[in-house]
Design a protein around this ligand. Structure first.
Ligand SMILES: [Zn+2]
Length: 188
């Protein structure tokens, strides 16, 4: 497999049509115990990250990984009904332009202190836990894809739960150390 782990998918960059021929998808359990698809190396590295965080008493869970375009359509419609168009535009990708189509992006939630924290508002409030999670990402090749204060560049509001595998610990560390987004890194 000749997977381009640095592929850029955002509001201006649609995923290429043949993408699924260039990655190996496998399965992982989501928070409800259901199988979902995820790119193979991303899963391996996620498991290592989870093991590390387990030592910090954070039990990381997968809320979402690879999504088909029709699944993204469903999410878009659900958000629009519930939160309105403006909110949806800010937080949900247009079908075909979601990083979740790559299989390299994951949304995490966690069990901490005996509680499952999985809803967006509670996640947004869990700053201390996310601080620990974010500090560990680069060691396993992950980056925080939509950091605070970078909305103009990424096109998305702060999403502490949305992680992206970039295929290289070295690159992830560089991005983290220099406080970059993937967009900024790819321009260098
Ligand atoms: Zn996400």
């Amino acid at each position: 497999m000749n997977t381009n782990y640095l592929v850029l998918v955002n509001k201006d960059n649609k995923l290429t049509d043949n993408w699924l021929d260039t990655i190996e998808l496998t399965y992982a359990k989501d928070i409800w115990g259901e199988d979902m698809k995820i790119e193979k190396e991303t899963r391996t590295q996620f498991r290592k990250l989870r093991e590390k965080l387990f030592k910090d008493k954070i039990y990381l869970l997968l809320d979402s990984a690879h999504r088909e375009i029709f699944e993204q359509e469903y999410i878009w419609n659900k958000f629009e009904e519930e939160f309105g168009l403006e909110y949806t535009k800010r937080y949900v990708a247009v079908p075909g332009y979601s990083e979740h189509h790559t299989g390299l992006a994951i949304d995490v939630c966690f069990i901490y202190d005996g509680h499952i924290i999985s809803e967006n508002p509670e996640l947004a409030e869990s700053k201390e836990v996310f601080e620990v999670i974010h500090k560990n990402l680069a060691d396993f090749g992950f980056i925080l894809r939509y950091p605070e204060g970078k909305e103009e560049i990424t096109g998305y509001g702060y999403e502490p739960w949305h992680l992206r595998y970039v295929g290289s610990v070295e690159i992830a560390k560089y991005i983290y150390a220099n406080n970059l987004t993937l967009e900024e890194y790819l321009k260098i």
